[in-house]
Design a protein around this ligand. Sequence first.
Ligand SMILES: NC(=O)c1ccc[n+]([C@@H]2O[C@H](COP(=O)([O-])OP(=O)(O)OC[C@H]3O[C@@H](n4cnc5c(N)ncnc54)[C@H](OP(=O)(O)O)[C@@H]3O)[C@@H](O)[C@H]2O)c1
Length: 238
Amino acid sequence: MFDFSGKVALVTGAGGNLGGAVARAFYASGASVVLVNRSTERLNALYPAEQFVPARVHFAAADLADEASVTALVAGALDRFGRIDILANTVGGYRAGTPVHETPLETWDFMLTLNARTAFLISKAVIPTMLAQRYGKIVHVAARGGLTGTARHSAYAASKSAVIRLTETLAAELRHEGINVNCVLPGTIDTPQNRAEAPGADYSKWVAPEAIADVILFLASDAARAVNGAAVPVYGRS
Ligand SMILES: NC(=O)c1ccc[n+]([C@@H]2O[C@H](COP(=O)([O-])OP(=O)(O)OC[C@H]3O[C@@H](n4cnc5c(N)ncnc54)[C@H](OP(=O)(O)O)[C@@H]3O)[C@@H](O)[C@H]2O)c1
């Protein structure tokens, strides 16, 4: 569908459900890929050299909540490929289920760190390179649940809302620099974990990781050059 030959795409959360689909889609579209997870063991297992030509793949272990680790990640990617054209940031997660007055502070901090701090740090780290190139595409993964507060989702909703606001801010700051910044808002993704949590649900209403990856590749392509600061719903039929 897209041709990313000659482009370098840095994909965070490449060991995860959505990140895996995004990484495979960029690779299949010709990009060189920097695949990031907390440890490279999982990456080695998921992306065997027989299927993923090592010349176009760079594995990187990094904790996206740690600024020094993120700085080192970007330096390593630049050492390897010399540029970063695309950041597809899929790192994030979910914890909810209690009203605010029963929510541990630890849950609040965990959600803000996992979803918002990581998006801030990886954006901050790649932007100087994209500014120097005068070219860049950044796609974050927020969530439908970040659009509005709903009961028992305070920390999750606030943290994903922060990702949307960060996306809008970056777009406003960078739109004259050849850099597009957008985010996607998945509904429930069809993952093994979600199926285990909701046995008997109609999974066909959920959105497949590969379908979200298609939207992320569109936003990272020059076909979306006029799109900036968008939060694109990808809900499937839910
Ligand atoms: N699943 C859903 O229904 C759903 C719905 C709406 C939005 N989303 C969003 O979609 C994105 C992907 O979801 P998913 O279901 O694919 O999640 P996932 O399978 O849990 O993948 C998340 C990935 O992020 C990595 N990660 C977590 N913290 C990290 C850190 N500090 N540094 C580096 N890597 C880190 C995880 O690595 P480890 O294995 O090391 O933890 C994992 O590989 C997330 O942003 C999520 O919030 C998901």
